[in-house]
Design a binder for this molecule. Structure first.
Ligand code: 3SK
Length: 511
């Protein structure tokens, strides 16, 4: 076996007798199934079709592909060919796609038909693309359909590759700034499976998993593709929007044993089930949350309802998956737990000195899944990947008991009356107020030009008025008199990145 990730994730299952086992199942009416055997075969044919189209090793294949069975076929076909798949957030706008195509100089694009309206103007404007493959529906002029792309293609074996060679890119949305191409090596996917997948999830061959986070996002890619494929389990794919209704239906109909969510959706699902007076039934044995810190109250309510904890964890596109997490049987809500075995974390102050227990500092992480670099961004690469350590840009507090508590992005913290305030701590307290569904807090200057907390809140029920003074006293009593939001604005929703992180910089502009 060479270091090409496709040998282990895809072809190994044939040798181990899983050819007929469903690897992926589309979770909607009329959805299709893809067995491990069919995936190995179609990935080899995609590799052959790429070669026939003249796409060379190390060229980039932009993927504007929804969560459907063609996603793993394209991803693994490209990896087999040594072509670098670049899964892209399917919710972006034409202009951002244009700049990503220019930045990556992708030579081929795969586009789900549903995305053509937004994607086509961008792909047509690219000087680098030599082929555009449309998945499902009619192929417009200048494009080729998925069936024609594959028609008559000779299957190709996975190219010999080193585990240290770049295998795929992900574009990091970040909470600010333009997306950056994060380059990952073949060996990184297996590292995440041998750490979080094995030692935290304890994923098994008989698991059926569902990730509300999409496959284009590092969290979703591990959840819904590499983790289940590492043990021969089955992954449910859903190309629609994960809402409380759609996810409830998937839980009830397809009976997953592992559900991976994000805090906003966990909160909205609990709210829906409270209002409905009933929740679906599913044989869940593990749930995970990432993207932003999980409010403690949501975790407690979920556990009370399902009898299963939500394992809140922290990962990053740069580290490929979760490196700090709660563990089954050792969950402490309101904390992000401890380092996942195989990773080391530490906190540093502004001068780079280690912060002892009880202090707050920037979180740094070391582990085998870190990215090779940012494509064509030398300075950003040098300041993020410092030797073996990767800077996360997140501020954490280390408790005396050795657990990590999220305090916000390094640039989100601010001082009130000379004392550091974590927007996240105030947000956690706000969502414990009965009528508040979600909250985001930023610094805002008062008439004396001093910074004070300002809150943006989403209400559970917009028809019911809420009492501002009651909310303020609740926060004062809960977390300290100086931390209560001096201003509270009710909004319909909060600006977030594709990975669910609140974009506080956008709120700062509004504040
Ligand atoms: O945001 C996170 O916590 C995360 C988790 C896993 C993989 C990627 C990301 C960004």
């Amino acid at each position: 076996m060479t270091g090409n990730a496709a040998n282990w994730f895809v072809d190994r299952h044939l040798e181990e007798g899983r050819g007929d086992k469903p690897a992926f199942r589309e979770a909607w009416d009329g959805g299709r199934e893809l067995t491990y055997g069919a995936l190995a075969d179609s990935a080899s044919r995609v590799a052959g079709a790429l070669a026939r189209a003249g796409i060379m090793r190390e060229e980039r294949a932009a993927m504007f592909v929804l969560d459907q069975i063609e996603f793993p076929q394209v991803f693994w076909g490209a990896i087999k060919a040594g072509v670098l798949p670049v899964p892209l957030n399917t919710l972006l706008a034409t202009d951002i796609y244009r700049s990503i195509l220019e930045d990556s100089r992708a030579a081929i694009a795969f586009v789900s038909a549903e995305l053509l309206d937004v994607v086509l103007p961008a792909v047509r404007a690219s000087d680098h693309l030599r082929q555009i493959v449309v998945i499902g529906g009619e192929a417009p002029d200048g494009t080729i359909s998925w069936d024609d792309f594959l028609q008559g293609a000779e299957p190709r074996e996975a190219v010999v590759a080193s585990a240290d060679e770049v295998a795929f890119w992900l574009y990091s949305s970040g909470s600010t700034g333009a997306p950056k191409g994060v380059r990952h090596v073949h060996g990184a996917l297996q590292v995440t499976c041998d750490t979080f997948g094995r030692d935290v999830l304890a994923i098994r061959e008989d698991d059926v998993v569902f990730s509300a986070a999409k496959l284009f996002f590092a969290y979703g890619l591990g959840n819904g593709m590499s983790f289940p494929m590492s043990v021969g389990a089955t992954s449910l794919l859903f190309k629609g929007r994960p809402t409380p209704d759609s996810v409830s239906e998937i839980l009830a109909t397809y009976q997953p044993t592992i559900y991976y969510g994000v805090p906003t959706l966990f909160a909205a699902m609990l709210h829906k089930w409270e209002a409905d007076g009933a929740a679906p039934k599913a044989p869940l044995r593990v749930c995970t949350s990432a993207g932003e810190a999980l409010p403690a109250e949501i975790g407690r309510k979920w556990k009370a309802l399902w009898g299963v904890d939500i394992l809140d964890g922290v990962g990053s596109t740069e580290m490929l998956h979760i490196f700090l997490s709660n563990r089954p049987g050792e969950v402490e809500y309101g904390t992000s737990g401890t380092a996942v075995p195989g990773y080391e974390v530490r906190l540093v102050d502004e001068d780079g000195h280690d912060v002892p227990a009880g202090g707050v500092g920037e979180l740094l992480v070391r582990g085998g899944s870190s990215a090779a670099d940012y494509w064509n961004q030398r300075q950003k690469t040098r300041t993020t990947f410092e030797g073996e350590w990767t800077r996360t840009g997140d501020k954490y507090e280390l408790t005396e008991a050795g657990r990590y508590i999220y305090c916000g992005r390094t640039d989100d913290m601010f001082k009130v009356s000379g004392i550091w305030v974590s927007p996240f701590e105030i947000e956690q307290a706000l969502v414990e107020y009965p009528c508040v569904l979600e909250a985001a807090v930023v610094a805002h200057r008062d008439s004396d030009d001093l910074e004070k907390p300002k809150a943006f809140i989403v209400l559970k029920n917009t028809d019911e008025p809420f009492e501002l003074d009651g909310l303020k006293s609740f926060i004062k009593d809960k977390i300290g008199k100086w931390k209560y939001p001096r201003w509270v604005e009710v909004v319909e929703d909060l600006p977030k990145t594709a990975t669910g992180k609140i974009q506080r910089f956008k709120l700062r502009e509004l504040a």
